[in-house]
Design a binder for this molecule. Structure first.
Ligand code: FAD
Ligand code: SF4
Length: 523
């Protein structure tokens, strides 16, 4: 009879985890706080605080359920601070003869664990059942497709799960209500305020430990307000459904100079670490449509993000790694500008998105995609620099979801697997969707000159630079038509404007260094 060590990772905090199923009575459950995981990129201190607090609360819940626990704290003098080594140390210490673990969120760890399968102490790797699909399901769906598209994958998931389906037909008569979901805020000033979560002694100690161990990392722990228990996460879910869901759709693409959350759910971190299941979140939204009359464009738009995009990026990640991480089809070579770490820039839209990130370890999707992401795309920032940044600064960041979004959706570095065209935009788009420009020293209406919005010249410069790769894309024909009709003088002036701006950008100075100096090998 085997005595397993059941290793539960920091983003697997749920009792229905496959690792915990059918646990023999003498099994030991292990949770490990290790510095290697907090430092391989310099994670935001809120993110580290979230993991520490949620892991410690979950450990108590496991104890209450009668599990025998082995918990390695950051301060434990015997802690090896490497996840794999620590699990093996604990297994040996407790006389276990195998280690069981559910698929982690990063290929790097999966590979390290797979390589240990033949070691003296065998590792048993289990599939993660907390998603709607497994990597094998996605590989089946991908088979034979040269141009996979999220939309078709999503429709199949709707049919498979029955979510928002009425017989064989989609609820509301359409699969997609995106055309109703593009309104700017236009003077709206009142938004739902997030619940304030009580911090008990466990949470306070975890947050203090995060701040003490990682003082050089981004963020100030004093304004931490993420849910760290299932109960707190459920309270955020109820709040979103009651207060924000109805307006989620129409303002999904809007950006505010003042408000970080708008009508977004801020449920990603809770879902990603296991406090909420994606199925219960989708079902809560669906109930709100059938029982409370929530608008279909909002409910469908929300479910699409989780059942569609979230599953799709995970499928791409696991079927395309490890090669995916090395992709750089637009040959981008620039270092990340230093202001990504301190928000010191006079581009108002960038300053606000970055400052909100520093304050909350959160920015909503359009800030990530159309502000900080778009800027990096236009400047030609190299994928590994931008990916490390997104992985470090957001509380919800895990490589399975961050990488396809950054490398694929934002940088178009995968040649179009994630998106059929790059999401590049000029200042005109940002001006239409936000109230930033009225407060900026630059003008979104000017293309060249000292007050011209840098996004404008960078936009055309990006298109010109990448013409060979992009101009035959049917969705970009129109814009390349406009570029090609410009006079040579105008194109020269734009090029000079953009190049002079790019020359003035200061590359980051070592903020991302921990991963390189610590010998973290990019896979
Ligand atoms: P809402 O706007 O309320 O959306 C509801 C849910 O849908 C989210 O909680 C999330 O689970 C899911 N979702 C929405 N869009 C996406 C998407 N494109 N991919 C996957 N799931 C999605 N999301 C992460 O969870 N972790 C990341 O590390 C991450 N990195 C990103 C990096 C970039 C460059 C971009 C453009 C997007 C990234 N996203 C990431 C996706 C998305 O921006 C966040 O999920 C979302 O902003 C989280 O806020 P929310 O919970 O308020 O989302
Ligand atoms: Fe951003 Fe340009 Fe608008 Fe300034 S003018 S806020 S830089 S888009």
């Amino acid at each position: 009879m085997s005595k397993p060590l059941l290793l539960v990772l920091g983003d697997q905090l749920t009792l229905s985890l496959p690792t915990l199923e059918d646990a023999p009575t003498d099994a030991v459950v292990a949770l490990c706080e290790v510095k290697e995981e907090a430092r391989y990129v310099p994670h935001h201190v809120h993110k580290i605080g979230l993991f520490l607090a949620a892991m410690r609360h979950f450990a108590r819940e496991l104890e209450r359920k009668g599990f025998t626990l082995a918990y390695s704290r950051l301060d434990d003098p015997h802690n090896t601070h490497s996840l794999v080594e620590e699990a093996e140390r604990l297994a040996k210490h407790h006389g276990c003869d195998e280690i069981r673990v559910t698929r982690p969120g990063e290929w790097r760890l999966w590979e390290a664990m797979r390589q240990r399968q033949e070691a003296v102490l065998p590792w048993r790797l289990l599939e993660d059942t907390r998603f709607f699909t497994t990597p094998a399901d996605f590989a089946d769906w991908m088979r034979g497709r040269t141009q996979p598209r999220m939309e078709y994958f999503y429709r199949e998931q709707r049919k498979r799960t029955g979510l928002l389906m009425e017989g064989d037909e989609p609820a509301g008569g359409q699969w997609n209500f995106d055309h109703d979901n593009r309104e700017p805020l236009k003077g709206r000033t009142h938004f739902p305020t997030l619940p304030h979560h009580h911090q008990d002694a466990t949470t306070r100690q975890a947050l203090a430990d995060a701040a003490r161990h990682f003082p050089e990392h981004m963020g100030d722990i004093t304004n931490f307000n993420l849910p760290v228990t299932r109960r707190q996460a459920l309270s955020d879910l109820r709040h979103f459904i009651a207060e924000a869901l109805a307006d989620f759709g129409r303002y999904q693409d809007a950006i505010s100079d003042r408000e970080p959350y708008l009508y977004h759910s801020r449920l990603s971190a809770a879902m990603n670490i296991g406090l909420l299941s994606p199925r219960e979140v989708c079902e809560a939204a669906e109930r709100s449509y059938y029982e409370k009359g929530a608008p279909i464009n909002a409910v469908e738009g929300f479910i699409r993000q989780i059942l569609g995009w979230r599953e799709y990026v995970r499928g791409l990640y696991w079927t395309q790694m490890p090669g995916y991480k090395r992709e750089n089809r637009l040959n981008a070579r620039r270092e990340l500008p230093s202001f990504y770490w301190d928000a010191k820039t006079d581009l108002r839209c960038m300053n606000r998105a970055l400052q909100m990130t520093i304050d909350n370890a959160y920015a909503h999707h359009i800030q990530r995609l159309m502000i900080t992401g778009n800027f990096a795309l236009l400047c030609g920032v190299k994928p590994e620099a931008l990916c490390d940044w997104y992985l470090a600064v957001y509380a919800d960041a895990s490589e399975w979801v961050e990488l396809p979004n950054t490398l694929g959706m934002v940088l178009h570095a995968d040649g179009g697997l994630m998106g059929s065209k790059p999401y590049c935009a000029s200042g005109k788009y940002i001006d239409r969707m936000s109230d930033h420009c009225a407060q900026c020293r630059y003008s979104p209406k000017q293309l060249t000159g000292t007050h011209a919005c840098p996004f404008n010249s960078l936009y055309w410069h990006f298109l010109e630079r990448n013409a060979e790769r992009l101009q035959d894309n049917p969705r970009m024909k129109l814009i390349y038509g406009s570029l090609n009709r410009m006079s040579d003088e105008k194109r020269d002036a734009i090029r000079q404007q953009a190049e002079s701006f790019l020359r003035r950008l200061t590359p980051e100075k070592g903020y991302g260094l921990p991963c390189h100096t610590r010998g973290y090998q990019r896979s």
